[in-house]
Design a protein around this ligand. Structure first.
Ligand SMILES: Cc1cc2nc3c(=O)[nH]c(=O)nc-3n(C[C@H](O)[C@H](O)[C@H](O)COP(=O)(O)OP(=O)(O)OC[C@H]3O[C@@H](n4cnc5c(N)ncnc54)[C@H](O)[C@@H]3O)c2cc1C
Length: 284
């Protein structure tokens, strides 16, 4: 059982991890690679105290090195789900399962907007995890919408189970795929169906399929954990970085304005210290 599971390997997540370590709590960071976060994309940062004129990439590499030098465990990949088990949480990390007493969500801003029908068919035709749900579509037709090369192993996996796979890469595709994978370029804009999915509307075409997998690096946070109070796509926290769910804290851009580095780092610390307090209070 981990004391604190940190979701997201950006400045907020790494700050939370270092501060969890400083409070003598066991911690694992589950996060996509650092080049997926907002800071890595910033050419120059000038408003972080003591680190003027640095590129976001250099800063991120320093933050990561700091955590690694403390032997903090960092697992690179996507968290698919966080389940509350009452007194602890189960983290589904790429279909490996970890138990944690508390969770700090530091997943940054989600750019992916849901399309009409996505919410309606979630769990009944719409999935965010090929390994979890692929077998439900054995010998059927599925569409995969993905924003990064990481999804290609899922496309290959599904092509081995499903009759055919329609693949919509939302990035520059370089690989070749098995014969039953059809590549389509376009913008998915609606899921059509009544009780079950009939088709995915891509621009003005209707592509017939039985299921749709959205494999995005930044999954909307309410798809990962249920019952979390949001304001739009922003996680509601108080000044202790507590969410409405006991034991679940949030930090950084995912908690809203200002979308800035120093705030992300500060909230990472606040979240970790309060998660540590929460754990200590469980013992009494
Ligand atoms: C171009 C640009 C310029 C900027 N310039 C400035 C500036 O000058 N000054 C300033 O203060 N701020 C600046 N910012 C903002 C700053 O970079 C962010 O405020 C900061 O990076 C937020 O940190 P974070 O940890 O909350 O989120 P992020 O840095 O976005 O990190 C979140 C991480 O979580 C990962 N993640 C998401 N979902 C999952 C999941 N399900 N499983 C595993 N991992 C997941 C993401 O892939 C990402 O790696 C800039 C941002 C950009 C894009």
């Amino acid at each position: 059982m981990i004391d604190i599971a940190v979701i997201g390997c950006g400045p907020a997540g790494l700050s939370a991890a270092i501060n969890a370590w400083a409070r003598n709590k066991s911690v694992i960071v589950f996060g996509n690679k650092i080049d997926t976060g907002a800071l890595y994309k910033a050419k120059k940062i000038d408003n972080h105290l003591g680190m003027p004129n640095e590129s976001g990439k250099d800063m991120m590499e320093k933050f990561l090195a700091h955590a690694l030098n403390l032997n903090i465990e960092i697992k690179n990949g996507r968290v698919l789900q966080i389940l509350s088990m009452g007194k602890y949480f189960v983290i589904n990390f790429e279909n490996e399962f970890f138990n944690a007493k508390t969770v700090i969500i530091a997943v940054g801003i989600t750019k992916t907007k849901k399309i009409p029908g996505e919410e309606k068919f979630l769990g009944n035709g719409v999935s965010y995890c090929a390994t979890c749900d692929g077998m439900f579509y054995k010998n059927k037709s599925v569409a995969v919408v993905a924003d990064s090369v990481e999804a290609e192993s899922d496309v290959r996996f599904l092509s081995g189970i499903c009759k055919n796979v329609i693949y919509l890469p939302m990035y520059d595709l370089k690989e070749n795929f098995p014969a039953n994978v059809e590549i389509i370029h376009g913008k998915p804009n609606e899921i059509l169906g009544d009780d079950s999915i009939k088709a995915l509307k891509i621009d003005n075409r209707e592509i017939v399929c039985d299921g749709i997998f959205f494999i995005n690096e930044n999954t909307p946070v309410d798809n990962i954990i249920f019952g979390l109070e949001l304001n739009g796509s922003i996680i509601k926290v108080n000044c202790l970085c507590e969410t409405n769910l006991p034991g679940v804290f949030a930090a950084g851009d995912c908690t809203g304005w200002p979308f800035q580095l120093s705030k992300a780092i500060g909230q990472g610390q606040v979240a970790a210290q309060n998660a540590a307090k929460f754990i200590d209070s469980m013992k009494q």
